[in-house]
Design a protein around this ligand. Structure first.
Ligand code: ZN
Ligand code: ZN
Length: 171
């Protein structure tokens, strides 16, 4: 290989170039395959056709977007799931008590109407968040972010934005 910083031909692939002291793959001035001059904008060496700046690097650059969306989904979904389950459990535990006291009309129904959708949204948000972090099944990750919106809108909005912006990083 050739040092990409100074163009010196190197034996093997040393960590540090003995000629210039830089990391040989860190530079942009020379092709690592043939030593021809390149610029920082060169993707394919004009002389030998070797790829000197991979798209792999560019692809890895945006993976924080699905990751952030996934974390936001989880941050929104997990507390919502806990609250939802607590509300649903509260229904069972205190339903009889409320009934015994003459009842607060419709309280059980209201709690149920909040708890059941909350649990469903929270589960979809959590599942979608896990898929977003793994960058798999974009549609499910988006569904998770939309459900995160119903759990906590201030987390769901950026989650949706990052899911849409990070779409190309999904497999
Ligand atoms: Zn060098
Ligand atoms: Zn070359």
């Amino acid at each position: 290989m050739f040092c990409r910083n100074c163009g010196k031909e190197l034996t093997g692939s040393p960590e540090i170039c003995p000629e210039c002291g830089a990391k040989p793959m860190r530079g942009t001035s020379f092709c690592s395959n043939c030593g021809a001059p390149t610029t920082e904008l060169t993707e394919i060496c004009p002389k030998c056709g070797a790829r000197v700046a991979g798209k792999v690097v560019a692809k890895a650059g945006g993976t924080w977007m699905p990751l952030t969306a996934g974390i936001l989904d989880l941050v929104a979904g997990v507390p919502a799931l806990i609250i939802g389950i607590a509300l649903a459990a509260g229904l069972g535990m205190f339903g009889a008590l409320i009934g015994g006291l003459g009842g607060i009309p419709g309280l059980g129904a209201i709690m149920g109407a909040i708890a059941v959708p909350m649990i469903i949204f929270a589960i979809i948000a959590i599942v979608g968040g896990v898929f977003a972090i793994r960058r798999r099944i974009w549609g499910l990750a988006l569904a998770g972010s939309i459900c995160a919106l119903f759990c906590a809108w201030f987390l769901g909005i950026p989650a949706i934005v990052f899911t849409i912006m990070g779409k190309k990083h999904f497999k």
